[in-house]
Design a protein around this ligand. Structure first.
Ligand SMILES: [Zn+2]
Length: 441
């Protein structure tokens, strides 16, 4: 493991202008050529591309990685029952070590399904950062904060101290994450916005996710969550706003005018019965929209292929328009547009000068034959299991489905232990018993 000079030879590559068979050269973590051999290039590693497809790594623009711990333990519930009834009481039981292992599990799931970068929001920044740095994945970590004006000073100090302490890593950067308008009051939002501006740290927030949120904020402030966030200064062209499901035309106009990066989470929004975000309307109004899974507690997967497929399908269906979001548009939202939300201008497309975050799919799968149209195959036929090798910044993190930086079985074991301790699963006992049965003569 380490940053290598890599030649990916004669592979079907999904380039900005279309898919073609070519050779891709990577030096010092950057794509140097997609055609001829660059001068002086010497490969440390050659990957032969026959029967394979090369794509820019997918960008999951909204998740809470450590919440893999809560997978399948709060299902078939409405949003408020899910969050306040189930998830928040469980979060009170977590310690930093849990977040370290939970984040590593999330990173494995993301790499395994072709995601090379993500925007996270959670607590325990030190433990999450340790997992991110050790694994080698790319991440913008948003330190989650919430409360009212009386606690904002202390919370901001803790968060910015953490950021100062943890910054300086090539693949890890930071945002401030005021959780949502219903957990951060107006004064709190104003102080966070002012501090973010002073320090040049972007904002990541949940906005207008459920109808209950719209009612709560309108009762309290007489406006929408988007209007409130705008008047507190949280909406700028580096801000990332997750969900944005329940929007008025005024809200959409504000998001466009301020240049906010919206992240749509189609699976999570449907599963929590929150609805479908007006993605087509937003895009037509000039709003930038990226794609995310949200956490494994509400999705219940971090597989971007599933969200990509649903994104393209659900908007065709509700708009009665087969072109509402094309395969190519959906794929760009899952790659380039997510990279822009992370603050990168040189990520999310396979072209010279861009950062080498890449995923290689093995096409020896019946569902990928014949390929015919590569981008349609990615949006409508692939399920993520095709991904076999993943490169982040010129570093191979998964090769032939083996994780090179993460001890998979140790992570499974530690996450099972956490689930047992916080009382969400008896599965480990079952697996252990089964193992014993198998071992007995
Ligand atoms: Zn979220």
């Amino acid at each position: 493991v380490g940053v290598l000079n890599i030649l990916i030879k004669d592979i079907l590559a999904v380039l900005p202008g279309g898919a073609e068979v070519c050779s891709v050269y990577v030096s010092d973590g950057v794509i140097t050529s997609t055609s001829s051999l660059p001068e002086g290039f010497k490969a440390d590693k050659t990957i032969f591309g026959a029967g394979k497809m090369l794509i820019p790594g997918l960008v999951n623009a909204h998740t809470h990685a450590a919440m893999t711990i809560f997978r399948n333990c709060a299902d078939d519930l409405l949003f408020n029952d899910w969050l306040f009834g189930k998830i928040m009481p469980l979060e009170d039981k977590l310690i930093g070590e849990d977040c370290y292992w939970g984040t590593l599990l999330a990173v494995m799931e993301m790499l395994r399904s072709g995601t090379t970068a993500y925007i996270d929001m959670y607590y325990f920044a030190d433990d999450s950062a340790r997992a991110i740095i050790e694994s080698g994945i790319r991440c913008v970590f948003s330190r989650g904060i919430a409360g009212d004006i009386s606690v904002v000073e202390g919370k901001l100090r803790d968060a910015t101290d953490e950021i100062d302490r943890l910054k300086g890593h090539d693949k890890l950067s930071f945002m401030l994450g005021p959780h949502a308008p219903y957990t951060c009051d107006e004064g709190f939002q104003r102080e966070v916005a002012a501090e973010a501006k002073r320090r040049g740290i972007p904002i990541n927030i949940h906005l207008s996710e459920s109808l209950a949120e719209i009612d709560t904020i309108r009762d309290q402030y007489g406006c929408s969550p988007i209007e409130l966030a705008d008047r507190t200064g949280l909406l700028t062209d580096t801000s990332v706003a997750a969900h944005c499901v329940q929007l008025s035309d005024t809200d959409i106009g504000l998001l466009a005018e301020r240049g906010v990066h919206v992240v749509t989470n189609p699976v999570s929004n449907l599963k929590l019965a929150n609805g479908v975000a007006p993605v087509v309307k937003m895009r037509n109004a000039g709003v930038k929209v990226a794609l995310g899974t949200d956490s494994a507690a509400s999705n219940n997967s971090l597989n971007m292929f599933r969200d990509l497929s649903l994104l393209t399908l659900v908007h065709k269906g509700i708009n009665h328009d087969a072109l509402a979001i094309s395969a190519r548009e959906g794929f760009e939202m899952a790659t380039k547009d997510g990279a822009r939300a992370m603050g990168y201008s040189d990520l999310g497309e396979i072209k010279p000068g861009n950062i080498a975050d890449l995923a290689i799919l093995n096409l020896d799968c019946p569902n990928m034959r014949p390929v015919n149209d590569s981008v349609a195959a990615l949006a409508y036929s692939a399920n993520g299991s095709e991904v076999e090798t993943v490169i982040v910044g010129g570093e191979v993190l998964m090769e032939n489905r083996e994780f090179l930086t993460i001890d998979r079985d140790r992570v499974f074991h530690e996450v099972d232990k956490t689930c047992e301790r916080i009382g969400v699963s008896t599965l480990r006992t079952n697996i252990a018993n089964k193992k014993q049965e198998n071992m007995s003569p």
